[in-house]
Design a protein around this ligand. Structure first.
Ligand code: HH2
Length: 255
């Protein structure tokens, strides 16, 4: 899954793809590089981010989704039911939901749904994240949401531990170390660690543009752990690494 943020303020690619033509070109480029899905987002959920109004978010994404959906599978990265509905009407087929609450929209629209775990909300989530057993708590939350979505009629459900969403460095590393436990639930797992802050912290405060090796390493580790899809900014480098390590074992996903 290639990341396409059509926002002015996303933590690593903010402002780069706000022009719809540039966004379409980047989406097509990622498809050519080997992305099976392009994830379009119109609101930054980086730590400390303020929410964007629904009208503005919809304005940012709909044109890009409509143009891209003619060429590639598109997911809509949103916490807003109205934005998800508009994106599905424009041709998106997967709702990537960091709030893990939009399964009724996916059910009504016949779309797939990604449930991501987050403790708190983006504005405050990194102030004092706290868990007893982070792996067990995240797993049980996600399984519960996956069951609710399936009961509501969503045919394609994914779960995502939400790396960096209300988690300390230790929480992120514990979740990554034990991805096999999420995989063992039988629900397909998605992981997004690309360019995230914890990678910078491990490398002595490297800025987002200097987190490529860490991002690729985590993506390969995730695939070796049985994760079905990784959400990345650097599609070409990730696909090359996957091919090298996995050969034909890492099959393209069907969504
Ligand atoms: N991370 C981000 C956004 N959406 N969706 C899923 N399923 N999993 C993730 O880990 C995830 C996500 C944050 O990264 P990014 O979109 O690059 O930045 P920003 O939120 O600043 O737009």
């Amino acid at each position: 899954m290639g990341v396409l943020n059509v926002t002015p303020d996303s933590f690593s690619d903010g402002g780069r793809w706000t022009d719809p033509e540039a966004a379409l070109a980047r989406g097509l480029e990622m498809r050519a590089e080997g992305a099976d899905v392009v994830d379009v987002g119109g609101e930054s959920t980086r730590p400390g981010a303020e929410p964007v109004g629904e009208d503005e978010e919809r304005r940012r994404v709909v044109e890009v989704v409509a143009a891209l959906a003619r060429h590639v599978t598109v997911s809509i990265d949103t916490r807003s039911a109205a934005v998800a509905e508009a994106a599905l009407a424009a041709g998106a087929t997967l709702v990537n939901d960091v709030s893990a609450s939009l399964w009724p929209v996916a059910a009504a629209g016949g779309a797939g749904w990604v449930a991501m775990h987050m403790q708190g909300d983006p504005r405050t989530m990194q102030r004092a994240p706290s868990y007893g057993d982070v792996v067990a708590e995240v797993q049980s939350f996600l399984l519960d949401r996956a069951r609710q979505a399936r009961t509501a009629g969503v045919a394609e459900v994914w779960i995502d531990p939400g790396i960096g969403f209300g988690k300390t460095l230790e929480h992120n590393l514990a979740l990554l170390r034990h991805l096999d436990r999420l995989v063992a639930t039988g629900v397909p797992v998605l992981v997004g660690a690309s360019r995230k802050r914890f990678l910078g912290a491990l490398l002595g405060d490297a800025p987002p543009d200097d987190r490529l090796e860490g991002s690729v390493a985590v993506a390969v580790w995730a695939a070796l752990s049985g994760v079905a899809m990784v959400r990345v900014h650097d599609v070409a480098a990730t696909v090359h690494a996957m091919r090298l390590v996995g050969g034909t074992t890492f099959a393209p996903v069907t969504v």
